[in-house]
Design a protein around this ligand. Structure first.
Ligand SMILES: [Zn+2]
Length: 304
């Protein structure tokens, strides 16, 4: 039956012609098999498609989770950096207060060592590939541990400092903790190029630039031990605050020096006015702090 021939006769309308089609018995069976096979493949593909959809959905969810984690990690990273800055500030303030009380020339003591996971370019752009995420998490952990130990050390230092402050209140009162004139520090303490010789010189104080006539105020209570002329520094006043601390004010206006040797002054009391006497390029106050005669950086004692 399969190999029999079948004839299909097709007549064309009105023309009396006809066309014959010859069919073998196996052809419909083959077509049937092919259709069944195609249906099978379709069913299989549909199943595969549904699985694929499920996987894609869970992939999307995972990606979102990873993104959320990235954001959290980055924000944690920023918070930690802020914390580190705060701790450094506290530690610096602590060191400054310590210098004031012990009145020793500042030296570099232990400071917080935590390093705030240097923000690599990828982190800064808030883009975090997978391998970086793990790296950053590990870094943050180490950083946290370091911060915790720094905080513990800082706490111990502050307790010690508190005891020192309690037993040294007199010293704290003698510390020149404010700038003697309202202006900006135009030249800091330490080596600099001389404007007169062009050679490097040691600047023994700070220069505070401001208008001529700006009041010069005593930054701490004390007694004047010098008030007069100096060829280089012009009209100069030196105040002794006790505990080996002296402060020096130079280039002041002559007529405005309001203090005499031996006179006592209180903190904030006016001792003169900013001028440009002596060797100077313009009105400014040259301000020095000396500890047992040794010039120290006046900014070490300024609070705020
Ligand atoms: Zn100066």
């Amino acid at each position: 039956m399969i190999f029999r021939k079948y004839h299909i006769v097709v007549f064309k309308d009105r023309q009396g012609q006809c066309r014959k089609l010859q069919l073998r018995g196996w052809l419909p069976i083959t077509i049937g098999l092919v259709l069944t096979a195609m249906l099978g493949v379709n069913v299989y593909l549909f199943k595969y498609y549904r699985e694929f959809n499920t996987v894609e959905r869970s992939l999307n969810i995972s990606e979102k989770t990873v993104q959320d984690q990235n954001i959290q990690l980055l924000s944690l990273h920023q918070k930690l950096q802020g914390l580190e800055k705060d701790l450094t500030r506290v530690s610096e303030f602590d060191a400054r207060l310590r210098d004031m009380i012990s009145l020793k020339a500042p030296k570099d003591e232990a400071r917080p060592t935590a390093v705030g996971g240097s923000p690599e370019p990828d982190f800064a752009k808030n883009y975090l590939p997978f391998h970086r995420q793990e790296l950053l998490a590990r870094k943050l952990n180490a950083f946290l541990a370091q911060l915790a130990s720094d905080a513990k050390m800082e706490k111990a230092r502050q307790e010690e400092l508190f005891q020192m402050v309690k037993s040294n209140q007199g010293v704290l009162e003698a510390v020149p903790s404010m700038l003697p004139a309202n202006g900006w520090v135009s030249s800091g303490f330490g080596p600099r190029l001389s404007q007169f010789t062009g050679k490097e010189e040691e600047h023994l104080g700070v220069d505070i630039s401001c208008l001529a006539g700006t009041p010069v105020l005593a930054p701490a209570p004390g007694r004047a031990i010098f008030a007069g002329w100096d060829d280089s520094f012009g009209w100069t006043v030196i105040i002794s605050h006790g505990f080996g601390l002296t402060t020096r004010y130079s280039h002041m206006k002559n007529a405005a020096v309001k203090i005499k040797v031996g006179q006592m002054v209180g903190r904030g009391e006016q001792i003169g006015e900013v001028g440009s006497t002596g060797r100077t390029t313009g009105p400014h106050l040259h301000y020095e702090v000396r500890l047992s005669g040794v010039p120290v950086n006046p900014m070490r004692y300024i609070i705020g």
